[in-house]
Design a protein around this ligand. Sequence first.
Ligand code: PDD
Length: 292
Amino acid sequence: MNATVPIVWLSGRFLPLADAAISPLDRGFLFADAVYEVIPVYAGRPFLFKEHLARLDRSLNAIGMPMPMATNDWADVIRTLVDKNKISDGMVYLHVSRGADVIRNHAINERLSPTIFLMTSALAPMDPTIQQQGVAALTLPDQRWARCDIKSTSLLPNILAKSTAARAQALEAILLDNGLLREGSSSSVLMAKDNVLWAPPYTPEILPGTTRDLMLRLAGELNITVTIAPITEHALRHADEIMLCFATRGVLPVTQLDGQPIGSGVPGPLWQHLYSAFDAYRQRIAHTAFNT
Ligand code: PDD
């Protein structure tokens, strides 16, 4: 579990969370001019570290920022932070903003130093009722921008959608656009129909998900047929199974969509196969050395 006083890392220093301060002129604070990653930690070891760092690099590139630290330095900071906070199962939040200027100015000042912030938190194990009953999701129109492949901290439409879902007792908002599935407000979405696992193609409108990529890889190893193709709202509503994939929760079965049962209304067999394979994989990986 967490140490009583969380230790965070801010632009070169480990310090107690209460002492971590940024300028109000930080562009991350003023404009959400920042990108982030959430890296799971299992048995004290960062999971899919390389994949998360590769996506960070991609996001930074897309907004014209260089990678501010070498891979080994990220690994050292993360390892130390996980140790200092005594995290066994949890996550690392990693945030890079373009930095603080001396005035509020939309145009980018290329001479700024980035603000880099990392923190950890512990995660409770998956609630057994979720494994037995699944979770509810609510569909909503996707009101985000055209570059959701960038993992930007500009998350206002995502948090509003998640909150609308929460008010309807749903765990996730599944975003639709023009009759097509996009993704969840903070998750990738997969669908199963007639023993085939479906995933929407990667376009600029959705985030390439590290957990989804792993699930599709594990599905291949399990000889489950995978189809990458656009998923219509009609197909989604008539799916045998729907799954949410995200770093903080792995893979979750959706058994209710907009109050209607999905498939038989209980977690389905494809989810069970994938979840078992995921669980076995993370246990195997958790006990290997953390090499970058
Ligand atoms: N969110 N799509 C969106 C919009 C997301 O925010 C996330 C993750 C994903 C899944 O990506 P991954 O499997 O790499 O976590 C897809 C994280 C967990 C968050 O914002 O907290």
